[in-house]
Each structure stands twice: as C-alpha cells, then as structure tokens.
Design a protein around this ligand. Structure first.
Ligand code: GUN
Length: 288
C-alpha cells in the first residue's frame, strides 16, 4: 500500500481563506478588526522564523499584527508588565508569547498572566481545565490542526484506537483530550513506555510528537492506519547541508499506512492557520 498524502498546506490555505472572509465580514458588520500580539524574547533563529511567518499570515488574513521583541536578558517583571498591557488593550484579541522563554523566566507564571479570553495558544490553566473537562475552550493550535486533518481524512473518529507518542503540555496532552472528545480509545505513550512498537501497532491513528528524528518505523504501523507527524527535526543531509524530517520514517511508514502527513507541508501550516482561527474566535467572543 502507498499511503494517501494528507496535504496540510492546502488544508491550511482553505482555513486561512475562510478566516479572511470572516474577518472582512466582521469588519463590515461591526467595524472591528481582530488583532494578534506576538511576543518574542531573545533571538532564537527558529522562533524568529515562526514569529515572522505568523505576523505575515496575520496581515494576509486582514488582521492586525502586533510584534513585541524583547532582549534575551529582559527581567521577567518587564515581560509580565507587557502582557498586562496587552490584556488591557482592546485592539488586541489574541496574545501569544513564543516559547521557549529564557531560563531565568518562569513560563508557567507568564502564561498564567495572559487573560484566558486572549490565550489563543490555549496554554492557560483555565483553558487546559476547560479542554480536559470537555467544555468550550481555546484549543492549542498544533493539536487542533492535527484533529482537523484527521476528521477530513477519516470522518467520524468514534471508537478508533489512537496512540499519541509524546506527553508535552503543548501537543501530547491536549491531543489526547481532543481524541477522547471524539470518542477514540486513547493511549499516551512516552519515553518510559514499554514495547512502544507493540503499542503503536494497535493504533488506527498515530500522532507522533516526540522530537526524535524518524523514530517511528514502518513495521510499527498497522496496515491502513493514519499517521500524523508533528515532528520538525533538522538533520545532517550528508552533503554539508541539512534537511527537515519528522518524528516518523516517512518512506517506511508511507508503504504501510493508509494516510500520512508529510514534513514539511503537513502539521506545520495547519498550526498557523489554527492560530488565526483562534484569534478570530477570541475577537468574536469579545464583541458579543
Ligand atoms: N513554540 C513552539 N510551538 C509553540 C506554540 O504553539 N506556541 C508558542 N507560544 N510557542 C511555541
């Protein structure tokens, strides 16, 4: 079997176009333009790339983009004061503080300071609690993007066996809650899981979010399963260059799976599209 390639780039473009339509309609009807503030502390090159592309796509969707760049050595109190100002600013409907933050900062405290209604990352404990109890929450963008691709590929997910590899707060845990909400039977595997290949072999749905290049092998996959690869790893290409690979051995797995996301062009574009959708949602809720 050669797996169907799940085109995250095309799906994301459709979501962004729908968001742009709704932004234009909202402006006409209410005179309101959604605004997203992105805060970057330091000069991590990967974070700079993400922040730049978030800003560009925010503007392309017709929204206002506010970028705040702080020096790597800035005091935590200064970052907290900025977040408080953004909380109080009526032109800002969504706030995203790019992670990871420098070691001298307490990320949990910074996230707790964001107004939950503006927490478009869905990282604030009150959104985490709402999602975990099956209530209406701001949902983290990467797992939300994965879920939308799964629904488009499989339709009803009810009763399917899902294995999430990775237990991070950003992806693994919220992904598990979303799949439970779809009535999947969910297993969260991690670095201490015994017989990981055996666990993954049971899965109709595999979501890999571990940050280990090409860890999930083709012979771990149940024939016909759907594989979502959240990993973005830069590896040596052998010719002095580097290349991007996921957490999944794409060649090996696409020979066995029914459907699979590529890297790049799978989960990545969906994350930003979901961020824009969350910002629009936050703006609509703020304006009744
Ligand atoms: N760093 C890597 N992914 C993310 C994300 O989804 N949100 C934020 N704020 N930082 C990140």
């Amino acid at each position: 079997m050669t797996a169907k390639v799940i085109d995250g780039k095309a799906h994301a473009a459709r979501i962004r176009a729908a968001v742009a339509d709704n932004v234009a309609r909202l402006r006409e009807a209410n005179g309101v333009t959604p605004g997203l503030a992105v805060v970057l502390v330091g000069e991590d090159p990967a974070s700079q790339v993400y922040v730049r592309s978030k800003g560009r796509m925010t503007v392309e969707a017709g929204m206002q983009s506010f970028e705040h760049k702080l020096d790597v050595g800035v005091a935590e109190a200064e970052l907290l004061a900025l977040v408080e100002r953004l909380n109080a600013d009526p032109a800002v409907h969504g706030i995203l503080v790019q992670l990871p933050l420098p070691d001298h900062m307490d990320s949990a405290k910074v996230i707790r300071t964001i107004d939950p209604a503006k927490d478009v990352d869905g990282f604030h404990i009150s959104n985490v609690g709402l999602l975990g109890t099956g209530q209406k929450a701001m949902v983290p963008c990467t797992p939300l993007g994965c879920l939308l691709m799964l629904r488009e590929t499989l339709g009803d997910l009810s009763g399917l066996e899902a294995v999430v590899i990775g237990r991070s707060n950003i992806v693994g845990k919220p992904m598990a809650h979303l799949l439970l909400g779809e009535s999947c039977t969910v297993t969260v595997a991690h670095s201490r899981t015994r017989d990981l290949p055996g666990v993954v072999r049971r899965a109709d749905i595999v979501v890999a979010a571990v940050g280990r290049p090409e860890m999930v092998k083709g012979d771990w996959i149940k024939p016909g399963a759907t594989v979502i690869d959240v990993g973005i790893n830069r590896v040596d290409a052998g010719d002095g260059k580097t290349r991007l690979v996921g957490d999944v051995d794409y060649e090996g797995c696409s020979a066995i799976a029914g459907a699979i996301t590529p890297v790049p062009g799978g989960v990545g574009p969906m994350t930003i599209a979901c961020l824009l959708a969350n910002t629009l949602t936050a703006c609509c809720r703020a304006n009744g």
